[in-house]
Design a protein around this ligand. Sequence first.
Ligand code: GLY
Length: 380
Amino acid sequence: MKSEEIRSKFLEFFQKRGHVIVPSSSVVPDKNDLSVLFTTAGMQQFKPFYLREKSPYGSNVASSQKCVRTSDIEEVGDERHLTFFEMLGNFSFGGYWKKEAISYAHEFITKEMGLSIDYVTIFEGDSEVFEDKESVNIWKAIDPNLTIKKFGREDNFWGPTGESGPCGPTTEIYVNGIEIWNIVFNEYFKNVEGKFEKLKQTGIDTGMGLERLTMALQKKETVFETDLFKSTMQVANSSIIADHIRTSVFMIADGVLPSNTDRGYVLRRLLRRAYIHARKLKIETETLNAVIGKVVEHPSYKGLYAFAENTKEIVMNEIEKFKKTLETGLKQVKADRDPFTLFTSFGLPLEIIKEVVPNVDEDKFKKQMEEHRKLSSSSL
Ligand code: GLY
C-alpha cells in the first residue's frame, strides 16, 4: 500500500465515524502559541478547543499534520528519527472517550490495515495520576489475549507541547517492535508552574507517524526504504541528506528563512548538516538541488511544487555562504592547528567541526568551550 493510500484510508476511516477532516496547519505554530518553535504534534492547532474555545469543526476531528521535531537532530541517521514527519491523528474535544478511541485504533490497525499488534502499553500510575485501569479493561474486552505492559510517566504520559497545556496518560500500540500509535487521554492541564489541574472536559488526542506506519505496511527495515523517501534516496543515498532537505523544503514553504535565531537557526543547522554530509560523501552540491526536486515531485506533496524554484535559490545561497565560511575556517585551522577557532571565529558548533576536522580532541574542545562560556558570562 502506497503512503498516499494509507493517509487517505486513515482520514476516510474517521470521516465515516463522524469526524471532520481538518487540513494540516503550518509547521510554524500560531502566533499566540509561543510554547514551541515548530508544530510538533497534530493536537497543536486544536489546543484551544481542549480548554475554553468552542471548536468550529465540532467535537470530533481528524488530520494529517506536518510536524517538525529537531530536539533529536543528532539522532537522525540512525534510520528511525526524522526531523519532519506527518502525524495522522483523531481528536475529540469533550466528545468521545477511552472506549471509542481504543476501539477505533484497534479496528483501524487490525482490520483496515491488516497489521497485528505485538502489545499495547498503559500508564502504571504514580503519586499524581492514577493507574489507567479503565484502558486495561477496554483492551481486555476487545482482545483477551493481548499483552498489556505498564509503564510510568516517561513512557506513558504525553504532553504538553512546550511548558504548559493539555496533557494526560496514554496507551500506545506496538507493531513490528515499534511504537506506532500514541493515544492520549487529555484529562489534565499542566500550568506554567508545573502543576496539574483537572480539565473541565476530557479530550482525545492521538498521533501516529505516517512514515512509521508506512514502514510497517511496506515491510521495510527503515523509513528511508519506504515510498516516501524512495526517489530522494535514489539521488542522494544518505538518510541525513534526505531527511534534512525534506524538512528544509517544508520549513521554507511555510515561510522560514535561514538565520541566526530561533526557527531560522534550526533551518540553518539542517542545511549545514546536509551540506557537511554531502561533502563527506563527495556528493556534489548540485545533488542537494536535485533532492529538493524529488521532494516536491512526490505525489503526496504536490502543493510544494510552486515553491521549488524559490526553495532551491534559498538553499543554494545558504550553502554557498556556508561553503566559503567553512573553507576559510579550515585554512586557518591548517595554519594554527586549533580547531577551536572554527567555533570562536566562525560560529561552527562541535557537531560540525567533528565532521570536517578528523581526530579533533573532543575533550579539549569541550574544556575550551567551558572556559569560553565562563569568560563571556563574566564579561557581561
Ligand atoms: N499528541 C500525541 C503525540 O504526539 O504522540
